[in-house]
Design a protein around this ligand. Structure first.
Ligand code: NDP
Length: 291
């Protein structure tokens, strides 16, 4: 019988990631909490919308939900069948990955933490970076499946290490965005044209992904188009900070970034793109960053 792969969670990322799976030549099942989205996905991409009970009978189950707590709840209610590999692309908590990996091992399954990076645009083009933690043999079995939506897959170590790398990566992204916004604030206060300044920075050593894309496309343009909710970035920074303090470290830049990004509460942050964090600085300085 044909192997089956199921994708759970057709949100901003999952919708596009699951759209690449049919090219594997396997049966592709999709499930979403809001069922209509799965039905729409099936129509658009030749996938099959199924119930959660049916989805967890697949050989490979991929999840991309907001938090580890959401995934834990789902697995507790709907465990996979023996022999399955659960590939969790949520940006989650390392301790949760270790716990789920132990729990699934007891029922003859594997759990891999496999968070992704590359934003919705990378999900759409199938070029995401995927950082994977967990059993190495299970990783090798899962790799051809993950390949469908990725440009780079890196096995980073034991259970939880994928989530750890992702949390630190996103804390760096927040740091770069904040540092860039501070630098541009100084330039703006000194009468410098910001578009010209960003162009120089992009061809100089201060360049980053944030200076190359987000600052012009979302901040200077004032669009703040929402593709990655700010509350999800707050969650990722929180995961990195927990990893830091669990090791009795107190690193000042990371602490400061968390403090600044948490000035908006979760329900405010849920409504905004992560780039809107720049507006916190704009309110503090009363200087707006625009073209
Ligand atoms: P979205 O909020 O766009 O989508 C979340 C998805 O999870 C939806 O399908 C939603 O279903 C479903 N969902 C939410 N809560 C539950 C629950 N309790 N049980 C079952 N399903 C649930 O999130 P994203 O796609 O942006 O993010 C998903 C993950 O990927 C997060 O961990 C995020 O940090 C990470 N990520 C996001 C990136 C981005 O650019 N957006 C980039 C890289 C990683 P419903 O449709 O019913 O609401």
């Amino acid at each position: 019988m044909n192997q089956r792969v199921a994708f759970l969670g057709l949100g901003a990322m999952g919708w596009h990631m699951a759209s690449h799976l049919p090219k594997l030549g396997l049966d592709v099942l999709v499930w979403n909490r809001t069922v209509a989205k799965a039905e729409q996905h099936a129509q658009c991409f030749n996938t099959q919308a199924v119930s959660i009970e049916e989805a967890v009978q697949a050989d490979f189950i991929i999840s991309c939900l907001p938090t580890s707590a959401d995934v834990e709840q789902l697995i507790a209610q709907y465990p996979p069948k023996a022999g399955a590999i659960w590939i969790d692309c949520t940006s989650g908590v390392p301790a949760s990955a270790q716990k789920l990996s132990q729990e699934l091992k007891r029922i003859g399954c594997h759990y891999l933490d496999a968070p992704v990076s590359g934003q919705t645009i990378g999900a759409e083009s199938g070029t995401l970076t995927v950082m994977v933690g967990g059993d190495e043999q299970a990783f090798q079995q899962a790799q051809p499946i993950i390949q469908a939506f990725s440009g780079l897959i890196e096995y980073v170590g034991e259970s939880g290490t994928g989530f750890a790398v992702k949390a630190v990566n996103n804390t760096l992204m927040a740091t770069h965005l904040w540092a860039l916004a501070e630098g541009l604030t100084v330039l703006k206060a000194n009468g410098v044209d910001l578009s010209a300044a960003v162009n120089c920075i992009n061809h100089s050593s201060g360049q980053s992904k944030m200076s190359e894309t987000i600052i012009s496309q979302r901040v200077l343009s004032r669009s703040f188009e929402k593709t990655f909710a700010l509350d999800l970035l707050q969650k990722d920074i929180g995961i990195a900070l927990d990893l830091m303090s669990e090791q009795d470290l107190a690193l000042p830049n990371m602490q400061l970034i968390q403090q600044q990004f948490n000035l908006l509460n979760k329900s405010q942050a849920q409504q905004l793109d992560f780039s809107a964090a720049v507006q916190i600085l704009e309110r503090q300085t009363e200087i707006q960053l625009h073209d």
